[in-house]
Design a protein around this ligand. Structure first.
Ligand code: DX5
Ligand code: ZN
Length: 218
């Protein structure tokens, strides 16, 4: 299998010192950028203006996670500003395949995310339409929550299904990923790991990234 990817979530960074925070995670695979609209989730972060500046500033490509209603209205804008990857929520999308196609057309990797209680079976037949599937391992909205192990069986079934179909889709987990939970998610089949507090809460974030990568590869 491919080397595990670790994408630090800047939700756990100091928003007022973003340029310095981005420099502390220069060894990351992608920078995970959580966009929240206070409708799809009960929290609010930032929009295209801020993400555009992060795109111009970050030495590492962006992995944008849209926790917003009406993603068809906004997701293309993030692809257009240069994000390497744009992930919208299945629960919020009217036509997930059409939106994924639009994102790829613009040149971004297309991702679809599901909340902990949302089943994944409906995606099995359209896996090729996506570059990444994000299985939330906490209820989306806030950093620093506890990993939900009950999400692992559906991730493991998805990983089996992807293998069986010869799919190269990346399987991402997000929420409560730390040195003590990353192995559980890797074992279930995840290859891409978002970590907020575990990276930015460490004295040396770049070192925390390497350690997480190593734990995931075990
Ligand atoms: C939660 C966000 C996550 C969050 C993860 O809704 O999607 O990306 O930043 O934070 P930790 O790693 O602290 O759970
Ligand atoms: Zn996220």
């Amino acid at each position: 299998p491919a080397a595990p990817r670790v994408n630090p979530s800047i939700l756990a960074a100091d928003f007022v010192n973003m340029q310095a925070e981005l420099a502390r995670i220069a060894g990351a695979d992608f920078v995970h950028v959580d966009v929240m609209d206070n409708h799809f989730v009960p929290n609010l972060t930032f929009g295209p203006q801020m993400v555009g500046r992060i795109q111009e500033t970050s030495p590492v490509p962006l992995d944008v996670h849209l926790m917003i209603d009406a993603p068809e209205r906004w997701a293309p804008e993030y692809a257009e500003l240069g994000a390497a990857s744009v992930t919208f929520h299945l629960e919020a999308a009217a036509d997930p395949v059409a939106l994924a196609r639009r994102l790829r057309e613009i040149g971004a990797r297309a991702g679809v995310a599901v909340k902990p209680a949302t089943p994944l079976e409906n995606l099995y037949d359209v896996l090729d339409e996506f570059d990444q599937i994000l299985v939330m391992t906490v209820e989306p909205g806030f950093g620093g929550q506890s990993f939900m192990p009950e999400t692992m069986p559906k991730l493991a079934r998805l990983a089996d299904e992807a293998r069986r179909r010869g799919s190269s889709v990346w399987l991402q987990v997000d929420g409560g990923i730390s040195a003590s939970t990353i192995e559980i998610a890797a074992e279930a089949g995840a290859d891409t790991f978002v970590a907020g507090s575990a990276v930015f809460g460490a004295a040396d974030p770049d070192r925390a990234i390497s350690e997480l990568r190593r734990s995931a590869a075990r």
